[in-house]
Design a protein around this ligand. Structure first.
Ligand code: TR5
Length: 145
């Protein structure tokens, strides 16, 4: 099942916020396809900033900072979100974070950056294919909203 966010971005009446989109998104079956499969398969264009055989990194379509990149595994393997992580995912979880570091360097975020993984409705997750947000290029605030 494709995430409702796909219609969010093509609809003439977009949802007001990421929070609304997240609350409208239904946590799907762990292996159900999402819009990110179409991005991985290049059926939908994205601005790719890093790619290898395991991982893809591309610019978020609704950037929340001057640099806002999503880092995802090419094979979901049940990892719809961090809460679904199992021991077999140790390697890919490490790769996602290590790729965040590589891309941060590539983007020149030498003074700092933030990585975020939203999980579930209360964590404001809207696409159920695990992804690391890499945010930078401005001063971050704490606590996050
Ligand atoms: O809210 P969570 O943590 O699930 O993050 C999902 C992220 O995917 C949001 O920051 C969205 O802006 C982003 N997103 C959603 C779509 C999309 C995208 N980033 C790049 N390209 C996208 N396409 C083509 N379609 C989307 N529906």
């Amino acid at each position: 099942r494709i995430s409702v966010l796909s219609s969010h971005f093509t609809s003439s009446s977009p949802m007001a916020s990421e929070k609304e989109a997240a609350l409208a998104a239904t946590p799907s079956d762990a292996d159900a396809p999402t819009i990110f499969d179409k991005i991985i398969n290049k059926e939908i264009p994205s601005t790719v900033v890093y790619e290898d055989d395991k991982v893809l990194a591309f610019r978020d379509i609704t950037p929340q900072a001057p640099t806002h990149i999503l880092i995802i595994p090419k094979v979901k393997d049940g990892l719809s979100g961090l809460s679904k992580a199992e021991e077999r995912h140790f390697d890919i979880l490490g790769r996602l974070l290590y790729t965040a570091k590589l891309v941060a360097k590539q983007e020149g975020l030498d003074d700092g950056f933030r990585v975020v993984i939203n999980d579930g409705p209360k964590g404001c997750q809207s696409v159920y294919h695990i992804h690391v947000h890499l945010l930078g290029g401005r001063q971050m605030n704490w606590p996050p909203g």
